[in-house]
Design a protein. Structure first.
Length: 77
């Protein structure tokens, strides 16, 4: 099944060390993981991430995690 597994998002960090933005993104990723997993076979077969997956990740703000704050991102490390 490629890179995705059912343990895609694990609790590897504790909230006491995370910013509110980071906590929100981790929660968004956890919520999105089952839908991405459902499309994992399609992704592997086609060799491209489905448009609906990219749309959902964009709407969840996941692509803004490393983007500098001055450009509207979260600038997480």
């Amino acid at each position: 099944m490629g890179v995705l597994t059912e343990n895609l998002v694990q609790d590897v960090a504790t909230e006491e060390y995370m910013t509110p933005e980071a906590i929100a993104l981790v929660n968004a990723a956890k919520a999105l993981a089952p839908r991405l997993l459902e499309r994992a076979h399609q992704t592997d077969e086609e060799g491209i991430v489905p448009t609906e997956s990219v749309k959902e990740m964009t709407e969840a703000g996941l692509f803004r995690a490393l983007q500098p704050k001055r450009w509207g991102g979260y600038e997480l490390d």
